[in-house]
Structures are given as structure tokens and as C-alpha cells.
Design a protein around this ligand. Structure first.
Ligand code: TMP
Length: 206
């Protein structure tokens, strides 16, 4: 049985997740926890190689079904090598993205929800996050905050991102106890306050 605590961060690129992940990690460390910061795709040697394949500059024509499986392969390795052992050891694992990204981007964005759920439910069934912070930001503002370099690596259409965000709304409704939505246009301090409050309430009941 897992003893630790698994927290994920989700939302559009450019919503400011990284800053808040670091601040939440500092908070848990100050409470005496061992904290593991990780990300998807990636988080393991194999996962980082898969990340390079997915985001290879100029790459075109990858079958959407293959893309789903690459993200899922990275996730399966991530659970086996990082998430499961750390949760079993009683540590806090904070991941920048997890299954919800696949549901939003591939399930909704690429219109393959059944396939994404089928593959991912098998992989994640015993290791779903205890708490997920979903950063919400106007897609146009999010896009403006993402570097030009990154936009060139992932040149998706406006419709793709809008549909993916609908995927997050679907998840928010489906898992109200797990997903805590954050208005990412708020000041950094305010966001940190809300995140730490929600995390400590969920973990320590206060
Ligand atoms: P990031 O590491 O800078 O957040 O970028 C990861 C990108 O990968 C982001 O655009 C979302 C995308 N992604 C998916 O499309 N599906 C997934 O399952 C995951 C984990 C990420």
C-alpha cells in the first residue's frame, strides 16, 4: 500500500506551473518530507529519451495513435521507477503533468478519448494522483507567455489547444474531489497561498 502523497500540476503551457511546483516543494520540505520533483513526458532515462522523440524539431506525420502510446510508455516507466517506489517509501511526489495531459491533449485535442482512457487506465490504475492543481488561463495569454522557440517545436492549431482545454473542463467536472482549479492570472503569492492551503487541507486535514 502506498504511504506517500502524489500531487500533479496540469494546464496550458505558459500558465506558471513551474514556479508554483518549486514553492510547494519548499513547503513540504519545511514540513520534514522528502520531496521528489518530476515531469512528463520524462522523469526517467527512458522517459527523457521518449520526450526527445515526441518533441523532435521539425518532426511531422507521427500517427496520433503512436503519440498516445509514446506518452503512455513514458508514464509506465515513470510509475515503475519513480512514482511507485517513492510513494511506497512515504515521500511526496510532485509531477509536472500526468494522465490528465493525455486526456486533454490527445483524448480531446486529437479526438481519441476512448483510446487514451483505455491505454492509460491500465497503466495508472493503482497510482492516480491524490491531488491535482489545474491552472486555468486564457489560451491567448498562455500562448503569449510561451517562448517562440517552444511554439516552433509544438506548432499546433488554435483549435487544438481550445479543444484540449475543454478536456480539462471535462476532467474538472469528473473528478471534483481530486482536481483543484487555480486561476493562473492571479498574483504569484495568492496562487501559492491557495495551493499550500489546499494541499495541507487534503494531506493534514487543516
Ligand atoms: P512541458 O513539459 O513544457 O509542460 O510540455 C509538455 C507538452 O507535452 C505540453 O504541451 C503538453 C504535452 N503533453 C501531451 O500532449 N500529452 C501528455 O500526456 C503529456 C504528459 C504532455
Amino acid at each position: 500500500m502506498k504511504k506517500g502523497y502524489f500531487i500533479t500540476f496540469e494546464g496550458p503551457d505558459g500558465a506558471g506551473k513551474t514556479t508554483q511546483i518549486d514553492l510547494l516543494s519548499d513547503y513540504f520540505k519545511s514540513q520534514g518530507y522528502d520531496v521528489v520533483l518530476t515531469r512528463e513526458p520524462g522523469g526517467t532515462e527512458l522517459g527523457e529519451k521518449i520526450r526527445q522523440v515526441i518533441f523532435e524539431p521539425g518532426k511531422q506525420g507521427m500517427a496520433p495513435e503512436a503519440e498516445v502510446l509514446l506518452y503512455a510508455a513514458s508514464r509506465a516507466q515513470h510509475i515503475k521507477e519513480v512514482i511507485a517506489p517513492n510513494l511506497l517509501a512515504g515521500n511526496v511526489v510532485i509531477s509536472d503533468r500526468f494522465i490528465d495531459s493525455s486526456i486533454a491533449y490527445q483524448g480531446f485535442g486529437r479526438g481519441m478519448l476512448d483510446y487514451v482512457e483505455l491505454v492509460n487506465n491500465y497503466i495508472t490504475k493503482d497510482f492516480m494522483p491524490d491531488l491535482t492543481f489545474l491552472f486555468k488561463l486564457d489560451p491567448q495569454i498562455a500562448k503569449e507567455r510561451v517562448s517562440f522557440k517552444k511554439q516552433k517545436i509544438k506548432p499546433e492549431s488554435k483549435e487544438f489547444y481550445e479543444t484540449a482545454m475543454k478536456g480539462y473542463e471535462y476532467l474538472e467536472k469528473k473528478y471534483p474531489d481530486r482536481i483543484c482549479s487555480i486561476d493562473a492570472s492571479m498574483a504569484i503569492d495568492e496562487i501559492t497561498y491557495r495551493i499550500i492551503k489546499a494541499a495541507s487541507q487534503k494531506m493534514f486535514g487543516c
